[in-house]
Design a protein around this ligand. Structure first.
Ligand SMILES: Cc1cc2nc3c(=O)[nH]c(=O)nc-3n(C[C@H](O)[C@H](O)[C@H](O)COP(=O)(O)OP(=O)(O)OC[C@H]3O[C@@H](n4cnc5c(N)ncnc54)[C@H](O)[C@@H]3O)c2cc1C
Length: 360
């Protein structure tokens, strides 16, 4: 394998091209070449990095391309975070110019504050060392670097320019190694290593279309950074935020959202409770958050939509919003998948279980 020559990939839109080493994914090679293609989960699960193969063939030696339907694969779509070229390629995919010039760095940050926002969400305030200030765009995320090459992704919940600190909203995952450590042990003063800024869930400026923001749980974190960015910019685009959580107690920055509405006539806010009890149902919208959006706006042709949160919410939103007329290239999302090493283990376990079932 190591003796094979690299393949070349050309981007159909800009004509830019880059080499992909044997066994390397198209996305990894593009990032190495300093090109900014969209991505989020890096595990083949969320579909952010979907592109169309204009020419050439790819293979999937790592995770299977879970986010591609059989019809999409048949139509020549590929998931570039997992696709390894089997020939030279020409690929059609939108580039995210805004993030291209921002260096991705590894640096040490100190935990300077830790605040419980609700029963299972904690806010971490991280400060880079002196002279180490980070450049990022609102909506981007960082990876916390752990032993054995593991990493865990968290969105930056504040906008750049809001002091030198980085805010994270971390939800405790049951059985989750890192998030349980954050809740139970991580103390102020501890130094963590991060890689940042990452991701392409950033504001697409230009245009005056109204914006729908759809957050699920701690998916509120990057949405908060985007809203604060547009408010500071004095954007004149109407924004409607939908925040889906299970119960009212999970709306961990509800007061902030209500303040935005009071202070800015262009912002609307609709909390939606997916597991509302009868009393909650009396005061709040209930059900899946994407259904609330579609009930209010059955046709989405005139919107830009920004969505972040758990994978099932993203999947449901992706399919139903496009079916409701939203052009796919005006839907921007970050899917809060587990880390690639964990997803790979879960996929292996599922395949083993399937094989066992077939055998019996
Ligand atoms: C772009 C992006 C941005 C994100 N932003 C945020 C954010 O702002 N806030 C936030 O709260 N979350 C965010 N997430 C999600 C966050 O990264 C995960 O919740 C986090 O990685 C969980 O880490 P953990 O170590 O606690 O859990 P993990 O140890 O990764 O475990 C996750 C789950 O898998 C199970 N598991 C682990 N290993 C195995 C195995 N080998 N076999 C079977 N089961 C296993 C665990 O029991 C647990 O239930 C984001 C994710 C992405 C991709």
């Amino acid at each position: 394998m190591a003796n094979n020559p690299p393949h070349r990939v050309q981007l159909a839109g800009s004509g830019r091209s880059f080499a992909v080493e044997p066994g390397e994914t198209v996305l990894a090679a593009a990032r190495r070449a300093g090109l900014a293609l969209p991505y989020s989960c890096l595990s083949g699960n969320c579909g952010s990095c979907k592109g169309r193969l204009v020419e050439g063939v790819v293979e999937y030696p790592f995770n299977p391309p879970e986010a591609l339907s059989a019809a999409e694969r048949e139509a020549g779509e590929a998931l570039l975070c997992q696709a390894v070229p089997a020939s030279d390629l020409t690929v059609a995919i939108r580039e995210v110019e805004a993030v291209a010039g921002i260096p991705i760095r590894q640096l040490a940050v100190k935990l300077v504050a830790k605040r419980l926002l609700c029963a299972d969400v904690v806010e971490l305030e991280l400060r880079p060392g002196r002279g180490e200030a980070l450049r990022w765009l609102p909506g981007q995320y960082l990876d916390i670097l752990l032993p054995e090459g593991k990493r865990r992704a968290f969105s930056i919940a504040n906008r750049p320019g809001d002091g030198d600190v980085l805010h994270l909203h971390v939800r405790r995952v049951s059985g989750g190694g890192f998030t349980q450590y954050v809740f139970d042990e991580l103390a102020v003063g501890k130094v963590l290593r991060i890689e940042a800024p990452l991701g392409t869930f950033v504001p697409r400026e230009g245009g005056d279309r109204p914006i729908l923001l759809v957050a699920g749980g701690t998916g509120f974190a990057p949405i908060k950074a985007l809203v604060e960015h547009w408010l500071v910019q004095g954007s004149t685009r109407p924004m409607h935020l939908y925040w889906g959580v299970r119960h009212v107690a999970d709306l961990y920055l509800d007061a902030l959202c209500r303040r935005w509405v009071e202070e800015h006539p262009l912002i609307r806010y609709t909390p939606v409770l997916s597991e509302a009890d009868p009393l909650e149902r009396h005061h709040y919208r209930s059900g899946p958050v994407h259904e609330a959006v579609l009930k209010d706006f059955p046709g989405l042709e005139r919107f830009d939509v920004y969505m972040s949160g758990p994978p099932p919410m993203i999947e449901a939103g992706r399919r139903s919003f496009v079916a409701a007329g939203l052009p796919a290239d005006r839907l921007y999302y970050d899917s809060f998948d587990y880390a690639p090493d964990v997803l790979a283990a879960l996929i292996r376990a599922r395949r083993a279980a399937d094989a066992k079932e077939e055998d019996s």
